[in-house]
Design a protein around this ligand. Sequence first.
Ligand SMILES: NC(=O)c1ccc[n+]([C@@H]2O[C@H](COP(=O)([O-])OP(=O)(O)OC[C@H]3O[C@@H](n4cnc5c(N)ncnc54)[C@H](OP(=O)(O)O)[C@@H]3O)[C@@H](O)[C@H]2O)c1
Length: 294
Amino acid sequence: MNTSLAGHRALVTGAYGTLGTAICRRLRADGASLLLVGRSASRLDALAATLAAEPFAGGVSPPGLETVAVDLAATNAVETLAAVVAAAGGLDLLVNNAAIQGPIGPLWENDWEAWQETIRLDLLVPVALCRALVGQLGRDGRRGKIVNISGGGATGPRPNFSAYGVAKAALVRFTETFAHEARERNIDVNAIAPGVIASQMTQAILAAGQDRAGNTEAATAQKALSGDGGAETKAAALVSWLASAASDGVSGRLLAALWDPWSTLDQRVEELAASDIYTLRRIVPEDRGRHWES
Ligand SMILES: NC(=O)c1ccc[n+]([C@@H]2O[C@H](COP(=O)([O-])OP(=O)(O)OC[C@H]3O[C@@H](n4cnc5c(N)ncnc54)[C@H](OP(=O)(O)O)[C@@H]3O)[C@@H](O)[C@H]2O)c1
């Protein structure tokens, strides 16, 4: 199973966030060159300096590290990144990781501008990046790879987080759909559910308080922030596996980093492709052992 990323180039949005940092660290350790994308130039530089000092696999010369300071909410952000990627000579992997939590609380109390901005940042920007970069993915005969980071609300209702949940559910359905379209271009497109991570997003839930977020959400955020962390490391390992040749042909799936046997899925590529396993589907009574007459 070839999991080396030596010679690969990856673009990671939200690079200096909690999960973004873990993903960048793991991709570099596995040998990939990185385009680090974020809003703050100084935080990108700090991340690049940290990564430059870390060990890497697969060669004598260190993998490249480039920073691109861009606000993804800006109208020309996607064009800017497409130009950077073209100048770099294309990509092997796009990781749509940047996101915002959006308004917390019942819909009628949500600021409408903030709700729409959440859909834009968490759904439309990742989709626009896939669209803009699809022609630049896949180098040196390798398959191109896209990993979209999903999140809470994608697979079931998440009250008080409607904008975030709707964006993440749509991102998963987009992933399934685009995987079919991108197959003819030899690009694998997957989404991952990283599990609960202690980050500024989790802090936003605590700051909103249990009256707005709900008891379960507040308790989960509190637990994550007072725990040992570590979920992001497993999610980063899954991203690296999806970036590697080991996962070739695994596409159109939502994989849970903490729960799914993803590292063995290379043995099930055809079985997966012929099934709806790890996808979003409508449940009918028969799926629950019931038979309702019309
Ligand atoms: N935390 C969790 O429990 C959890 C669970 C499931 C899924 N996820 C997903 O995991 C991913 C990473 O989240 P995280 O928990 O690591 O949170 P995080 O630390 O807040 O990371 C989010 C990143 O997105 C960046 N970002 C936000 N708006 C941006 C913009 N307009 N332009 C450029 N960058 C922007 C942030 O940069 P700034 O700091 O400059 O804003 C930050 O680097 C997200 O897709 C999230 O939905 C998180």
